[in-house]
Write a protein that binds this ligand. Structure first.
Ligand SMILES: [Zn+2]
Length: 197
């Protein structure tokens, strides 16, 4: 499978499987972060989930997805080594650790930590990395003994022009959708009791 076919499939999952759940979650006061697990073999979806911090502040998009994954019957659950982990936004320190402990050897994300801070007004990922781990932006090890991470925007930038243009249009459409979700979350967040809202 080509890189652009993989990216198109991951964008399909964001648009068709994650974002609808996130729209529902945001309507209930949750943040707009979501995640999904796919089988490497045929890129079929295992499951998609969204942030559920209104229930528990540890249920970020990624950790909530992992919680649901381990609630599946063991027989239906592929080995994490045979799976792709997809996150709409670059995982925070909590989720980086969760993905590691669950045994994935990869993850892909669309929006960066800087996007979360600058476009989505959620600075906590970078702030925690700095305050707790003394790391500057980009300071964690994006490829290490456990996994390799892939920023989808960077992968798109490296493609030949024709494929790049098509995928950049798709990114623009997805970003617009998430801008709306962000406006909705930000306008209601004064009323929630999420510790780091
Ligand atoms: Zn997180």
């Amino acid at each position: 499978m080509s890189t652009s076919a993989l990216i198109n499939r991951l964008f399909d999952v964001i648009e068709d499987d994650i974002a609808p759940k996130t729209a529902e979650g945001v309507a209930h006061g949750n943040k707009l972060f979501g995640a999904a697990i796919l089988r490497k073999s045929d890129l079929s979806l295992v499951l998609a989930e969204t942030n559920n911090e209104m229930e528990n502040p540890l249920w970020h998009g990624e950790t909530h997805c992992l919680k649901r994954f381990y609630e599946m019957p063991k027989a239906d659950r592929p080995d994490t080594k045979d799976c792709i982990f997809l996150s709409t936004h670059e995982p925070c320190s909590l989720c980086l650790s969760a993905i590691t402990w669950a045994g994935f050897d990869n993850f892909y994300y669309l929006f960066s930590h800087e996007d979360s801070r600058d476009s989505f007004a959620i600075p906590h990922d970078l702030k925690i990395l700095k305050e707790v781990f003394t790391l500057d932006p980009g300071g964690y090890n994006a490829e290490n003994a456990y996994w390799k991470s892939y920023g989808l925007r960077r992968l798109v930038r490296e493609l030949p022009e024709a494929e790049r243009k098509t995928l950049e249009t798709r990114i623009g459409n997805i970003a617009k959708r998430y801008d709306d979700l962000s406006a909705s979350y930000q306008s209601g967040k004064a009323e929630n009791d999420i510790p780091l809202n």
